[in-house]
Design a protein around this ligand. Structure first.
Ligand code: KG4
Ligand code: ZN
Length: 341
């Protein structure tokens, strides 16, 4: 089955065709990140306007040389969470295509969609097995969930304040690094790694790391970084690589520690890392290392970096494995959708 996925939840406009939830036939992404980099963050109104400009060319490009739009069996669209103006562009476009072509429409939760990037074609032959533990780390969310099957999901914990991606973005801003913060912090941290003798990176707190629950909190990190940058003042510039390495390690430490605890307790067959922050090399490496060291019998999946950040391929993939079309008039954008509803 060929599904056309449409994703417009934030600052990426994307359309993809995916066959049977695993084979990417096309995946076109137009990003308005450059625009937001100029202002150091997303201005929702501008993001929505960009979505309007990009949606039709992006869909046209995704179906070109792929049998055209008529070759599609169904349409999948992100309904939330996200920015309302951006979401509406994708949702209304998908509804229009669906009604005009008489093809089913499947609403997709963006956060669950991220997890399905782990089913998309990559070099591995095997696919994730259930029960699976998934950590979704994006710009607005940090959720640890157990999956007992497709559509059978239980929330273990989430962030109480800032999300992991938000922590990267906000601390990067304090260091006057570019938006989005995750890639800039990790690039600076890599410079430090090259120069340093790999000393202990424990300058910043690891909130809630030893708490019995599976919740996260990252707003304290931002406050500590603010204090540190104020104290450094004119010396700040020279310290940026080290500070970046410290910030990255603090975030990575908490995510890895809490996920490993859940792996020990629930003993899932697979661990699925997902969301934009999953593109972070240090996070990927540390999970690999700690899972190997733990001797747990668990298969670790993480999508290639370009499929971790927002794109429509995983939206189409999620729709295939959770195939439940509904009437177009019942498909509504919901900016505050949560991972379990
Ligand atoms: O999933 P995503 O593309 O969009 C949302 O659904 O929010 O995630 C975006 C987030 C941003 O906060 C960005 O800074 C972070 O993912 N990110 C990274 C990296 N690449 C993107 N964080 C750390 N390291 C990266 N390499
Ligand atoms: Zn996302």
């Amino acid at each position: 089955m060929k599904i056309l996925g449409i994703e417009t939840s934030c600052d990426e406009t994307s359309a993809a065709i995916v066959e049977d939830g695993t084979i990417i036939l096309s995946n076109v992404i137009a990003s308005s990140i450059d625009l937001h980099a100029k202002t150091g963050g997303i201005i929702p109104e501008q993001a929505a306007r960009k979505q309007v400009q990009s949606i039709i060319p992006v869909i046209q490009e995704s179906v070109k040389n792929r049998g055209g739009i008529e070759g599609i069996d169904s349409i999948a669209v992100t309904i939330g969470p996200g920015l309302i103006g951006s979401l509406l562009v994708g949702v209304e476009t998908a509804k229009t295509i669906s009604t005009l072509l008489g093809k089913p429409i499947i609403p997709v939760n963006h956060l669950i969609g991220h997890i399905y990037a782990n089913w998309l074609d990559n070099k591995r032959q095997s696919k994730p097995e259930f029960p699976a533990l998934a950590l979704v780390v994006s710009g607005g969310h940090t959720d640890l969930v157990l999956l007992f099957g497709h559509g059978d999901i239980r929330l273990l914990g989430g962030t109480r304040d800032d999300a992991a991606g938000e922590a990267f973005d906000k601390t990067a801003r304090l260091l006057k690094l570019g938006y989005p913060g995750g890639p800039s912090i990790s690039a600076e941290a890599a410079r430090y790694d090259e120069k340093s003798s790999k000393s202990e990176l424990n300058m910043f707190p690891r909130p809630m790391i030893n708490k019995k629950n599976y919740d996260f909190s990252f707003s304290g990190l931002k406050t500590s970084v603010l204090r540190k940058t104020q104290n450094l003042d004119s010396n700040l510039q020279t310290q940026i690589p080290q500070l970046s390495a410290e910030i990255q390690e603090a975030i990575v430490d908490v995510l890895v520690h809490k996920s490993l605890k859940a792996m020990r307790v629930f003993k899932p067959k697979s661990f699925l890392l997902a969301g934009g922050v999953a593109a972070n090399q240090r996070l990927r490496d540390k999970f690999n290392l700690e899972i190997n060291n733990s001797k747990l019998k668990i298969d670790f999946y993480v999508p290639p970096p370009q499929l971790c950040t927002d794109n429509a391929a995983y939206i189409a993939g999620a729709a295939f494995f959770n195939y439940s079309p509904i009437l177009w008039s019942k498909v509504n954008a919901n900016p505050s959708l949560t991972i379990v509803s």
